[in-house]
Ligand binder design. Structure first.
Ligand SMILES: [Fe+2]
Length: 617
């Protein structure tokens, strides 16, 4: 037996992954255990979980793989500092102690964190090789072109290459500070959202805007070549030497200082979002064409934080040269842990990759699970009233009925998802046909601004009747596709005015555009997850029952958390979140809890205390 532990840590979204004899046994992000969103510390609890899942101890590990090369990253920081000195001194002096403490001595730190029992080799893979490995090795393809895009790793920001059999080879790369990820993050920052997590909001804001600034971006900020390579004009950015993303020149160019977080969104911000989104899509399309020309591959795999831009992914699939695309669900740095471990197994130890019809990611259901009996015992102990439905059919029947009545349901089943999206294991579900569902779920449950619609889950075999996916599946919610026109509805003239000009985006998104308004964006797009019976039998059954009742094979699926909270991990996390929000129903494996049967009182203000601990994101 060969056990390889992969680790990503010390930057953003720490995670651990365990590969045993080539099989992905477990993977999880540290934030789920520590309840600290994007936790960047050493993933001690994720490591402990992975080992527990496999029944192994640290001493059983044959290799520990870290997802990047710390010295090379240190060298980038140093050279960046020299290039920008003396202006760079500020950011470097801020960064140096952290690096000196945690990163130059990473190997020692990891060995110490693992309890000093690791005597076997520790391997440091290249940051983008880790991304590339996480994209290709678990994919269903024997060979494929590889594209990785992120903010920055050591030096690379974009790489192109090939995967074939049990080998990957990266052949071209772009380097810091020229980065599509950092360009997108600069606009994220400028529009008042958090860098490294608010990019999703900027993407969701884009459909409200017009790409009016696109040409200004091409003229001044980015020199995008026909082959997709590009050069950023660093006069407009501050991340090379300062602590901010954008420079004064950037602010002058786009008409004022950055938007303060939580300040009103203006049309200008929406137009900026639409513009940078259009530029990102164009860059991705050009890279896709170039990569196809170079490799002559029909299939593509993607990873790196930019690969979470599911609008751009959708366009690349529809308009690009590839027949099929597979995207690592943990596309950001958390997935680097998995990539590093797989890289050791295939690339360094030369173990073959068995061909397989489906992918090797196991639905990304790679985290902890809790048995139905364990949960029932826990509820009994707490005196919580719940009904049990040991027969899956009865459970699906009952819960689909509650959903059809408009109830909001917390759905906790099986192993937790690896990656930023909830895929039906730790999800909150609702009826997408309800015009009020979008606002209800946002305001009463997520406690957040609600200009973004929710994502739909759809039965895979019914997907083509509802979304323009061209026969592709989207098991990891990483593709945006239009709702099919036969489900659009006519919009009365007064509502059209709201849609076009109302300054409150919540009013705009609440104008029903389709028969599934809760999941249809203002441009009729939807971030689709297709659900199949192989990866998610119980979830599939539930949607099937909902379809039989309503004729609609679609549900709203949003992550099981409140705003700023990591997705729930344990049944306790789920119960706490259920009680602190206005969620109507909680399904924990086969136990069903109705809010109306739970105690109403809130001893000691537990609800407020719970909600107050999460920073707005
Ligand atoms: Fe990365």
């Amino acid at each position: 037996m060969t056990a390889i532990l992969g680790i990503s840590a010390f930057y953003h979204d720490s995670a651990a992954a365990l590969v045993v004899d080539g099989r992905i046994v477990a993977a999880a992000q540290e934030e789920r255990f520590t309840r600290k969103k994007h936790d960047a510390g050493f993933p001690a609890r994720a490591v402990a979980y992975c080992l527990r899942e496999a029944g192994l101890s640290v001493a059983d590990l044959d290799y520990v793989a870290f997802y990047e090369k710390p010295l090379r990253k240190f060298e980038r920081l140093l050279e960046t500092w020299i290039a920008f000195a003396p202006r760079g001194f500020r950011s470097f002096s801020m960064a140096l102690p952290i690096w000196a403490r945690d990163k130059l001595y990473i190997e020692r730190a990891i060995r110490k964190a693992l309890g000093g029992e690791v005597t076997n080799p520790m391997i440091f893979t290249d940051h983008h090789e880790s991304h590339a490995a996480s994209a290709f090795f678990p994919s269903p393809f024997d060979e494929a072109a590889i594209l990785t895009l992120d903010g920055v790793g050591e030096w690379s920001t974009t790489t192109m290459g090939m995967g074939r059999g049990n080998r990957i080879a990266l052949s071209h790369h772009l380097t810091f500070p020229h980065s599509l990820g950092l360009l997108y993050s600069a606009f994220t920052y400028y529009c008042g959202f958090k860098v490294n997590s608010g990019e999703y909001k900027l993407m969701g804001l884009a459909p409200y805007g017009r790409p009016l600034y696109q040409h200004l971006i091409y003229d001044r900020l980015i020199d995008l070549k026909p082959d997709g390579s590009f050069w950023l004009n660093m006069e407009y950015f501050d991340y090379g030497h300062g602590l901010r993303m954008t420079s004064e020149r950037f602010h002058e160019l786009f008409g004022g200082p950055p938007r303060a977080p939580e300040a009103d969104l203006q049309q200008r911000h929406m137009d900026l979002a639409a513009s940078i989104q259009a530029v990102t899509e164009e860059a991705l399309l050009r890279m896709g064409r170039e990569l196809h020309r170079r490799t002559e591959q029909k299939k593509l795999v993607l990873a790196g934080g930019v690969a979470l831009n599911c609008v751009a992914n959708g366009r690349l699939l529809r308009e690009g040269p590839f027949d099929a695309i597979w995207i690592q669900p943990a596309a950001g740095d958390a997935g680097g842990a998995l990539g590093a471990a797989l890289f050791v197994w295939h690339q360094l130890l030369d173990h073959p990759r068995p061909a397989q019809k489906s992918d090797h990611q196991h639905g990304s259901l790679l985290g902890p699970a809790y048995s139905a009996d364990e949960i029932a015992a826990l509820l009994r102990e707490r005196g919580v009233e719940a009904a049990r439905f040991p027969a899956e059919d009865a459970l699906a029947d009952y819960v689909s009925g509650l959903l059809a009545e408009g109830k909001v349901v917390g759905w906790f089943q099986g192993r937790m998802e690896f990656g930023p999206r909830a895929l039906g294991a730790r999800s909150i579900l609702g009826d997408p046909r309800s015009p009020a569902m979008q606002a209800t779920m946002n305001l009463k449950i997520k406690f957040r601004e609600s200009f973004r619609p929710f994502a739909p889950v759809v039965l895979k075999e019914r997907a083509s009747g509802w979304f323009d996916l061209d026969g592709h599946e989207s098991p990891y919610m990483l593709l945006v596709a239009p709702v099919r026109t036969e489900h659009w509805c006519a919009i009365p003239p007064d509502q059209q005015a709201v849609m076009a000009t109302d300054p409150d985006l919540r009013n705009r998104v609440n104008v029903p555009r389709s028969t599934i308004p809760a999941v249809t964006h203002v441009d009729y797009s939807a971030r689709v997850q297709t659900v199949d019976a192989d990866r998610h039998p119980r979830f599939h059954r539930l949607i099937e029952r909902f379809y039989a009742r309503t004729g609609c094979p679609v549900l709203v699926n949003t992550s099981f958390n409140v705003r700023g909270e990591p997705i729930v991990c344990t049944p306790e996390d789920a119960y706490r979140c259920f009680m602190a929000t206005e969620m109507d129903v909680l399904v924990l494996e086969d136990s069903v809890l109705l809010k109306e049967h739970q105690p109403r009182h809130d001893p000691g203000g537990a609800r407020e205390a719970y909600l107050a601990q999460f920073q707005l994101d």
